[in-house]
Every structure is written in C-alpha cells, then in structure tokens.
Design a protein around this ligand. Sequence first.
Ligand SMILES: Nc1ncnc2c1ncn2[C@@H]1O[C@H](COP(=O)(O)OP(=O)(O)OP(=O)(O)O)[C@@H](O)[C@H]1O
Length: 271
Amino acid sequence: MLELDGLGFAHEAHEAHGAHEAHGAHGAPEAGRWLFRGVSHRLAPGEVLTVLGPNGRGKTTLLRCLVGLAEPTEGRVRAREAIGFVPQSHRTTFAYTALDMVLMGRVRRLRPLATPGRRDYELALAALERVGLAPLADREYPTLSGGERQLVLIARAIAAEAPVLVLDEPASALDLRNQGRVLHLLRGLADEGRAIVLTTHHPDHALEIADTALLMYGGADVRTGPADALLTDTAVSALYGVRAHTLSLDAAQGGPPRRTIVTRYDQEPFP
Ligand SMILES: Nc1ncnc2c1ncn2[C@@H]1O[C@H](COP(=O)(O)OP(=O)(O)OP(=O)(O)O)[C@@H](O)[C@H]1O
C-alpha cells in the first residue's frame, strides 16, 4: 500500500548551521547531518506501524515525507492508494463547525463543484460518533478543546475513507480514556483492512496496537521489526536514555497475558 525505499532526510545546510560547512566535497550532506537514513518498509493492508524516537529525532519529518509534504533527501516513497493525514496540531480561526471540518474529509470524493450529499453527511456524522464527539457536531471548531480538536481531525480522516492513514501523535492531547478509545479505533480500522502509520511517545501504546515498530535511534540507526520483539525495556531505555521496565499484566477479557513498559522517574537516567 505504501512503500518506503531507502528514505533519508537531511535539512538544508543554511537552515541548520550555515551553508559553508554542511555539505561534503561531493555535495552530499555530511554523515552527522542526517535526521534519518535508510528507512525502508513495505506497509501492508491491516498493518499498524508505530514510529518512536526522542523529541526532534525526525518522526514528523518522516511522516511528512510519507504523505508528500516534504521531499526526502534520498530514497523514495511509492503510494498506490490515497493517504489520509492527521497532523499533530491544527488551529484555525475560521468558524467551521466540527461537522463541517469532518465533511472536508469528503472533498476528494466529490465531483468538481459538487456539494456534499446525504451519504457524505451520514459518513461524517458516523465518523464523529466513532470518536465520541457526535454531541459536539454543531460546535464551532475553534471553541473545542485541544483533545476535542484532535478527535475531530481523526474523524475527518476516517470520513475520507483513505486506505492508508498517517497520524502524528494522535493521542498526545487526549485523556486516558480517550487515548484508549483512539488506540482501539485505530486498531479496528486496521482490522477492517486499512494501513495505519502513527507516531507516539508511548511504548505502551505501540505494544497495545502495533504490528510493526520503527525506532529512530538517530541518523542511519533506524530499526524496524515486529513491535513485540523490538520493544524491549533495554531497547526503550537506550532509545530515550531512561530506565524503562517491563511489567506483566494479567490477561483481560479472555485475551492473552500482556506486557507493558513503564519508566522509573526516581532513578538516574540511563547512562
Ligand atoms: N527548517 C529546518 N531547518 C533545520 N532544522 C529543522 C528545520 N525544521 C525542523 N528542523 C529540526 O528537525 C528536527 C526534526 O524535527 P521533527 O519535527 O521531525 O521531530 P520529531 O521527532 O517529530 O519531534 P517531536 O517528538 O518533538 O515532535 C528537529 O530537531 C527540528 O528542530
């Protein structure tokens, strides 16, 4: 559905530290300047891929490359299907209602100059219902809280019916219950056959829903593999420079036992 082939990204020198020192003799960015390099993956229908890495490591930049908002410095992205993108934060002063915002997700599906029809309204309302915001359908978007706005943008991506969804920290503004709601919503969308890519700062979120994890250790050190195998406490400790611990959770509702990863904040950071 979405193929990443040797993706690398380095910021233009003049934007970072001055043009004179940024490029090597042959015009290629120097080794230390790459945000990420060698990112390859073939995303399958039904797959949830979670991208993790410290602040500023390039997660958003990678997503922007995937959806065509940024040009990779090397490598390429092949997208066979439409991609829905949910950015990290979104503010607008235009007084669209929450429902209007979700209806905008339908625009690509309309004929030129056509106005949304009954089915578009039904799909938009159903999407608002899936994120639990149907009661706020008529509220003006700028008056919504940060978490409510995040849910509206997720509803907009759902209404767009894009086979691939790319979401930048979709749970970052959400309370604990809504985090769970969105995680299971995303897992459900994948189980319906969509492919999902999301960034998160929560290894436990990745363990909950991801098939695949992509860990950005910096530059060319990018590790991709099955989330359950890759997300060990050692790997998470090294990724963030913290002391992470694995906890076993009892099986719930007849499911298998689970594990999660938590951080100790009362110990010195990982060396
Ligand atoms: N125009 C630019 N020139 C130079 N550096 C930039 C430019 N735009 C962004 N950066 C830097 O690129 C790095 C990657 O940013 P990005 O937003 O992709 O990180 P991130 O992993 O998503 O971070 P976070 O977890 O904080 O959201 C950051 O250090 C950022 O400061």
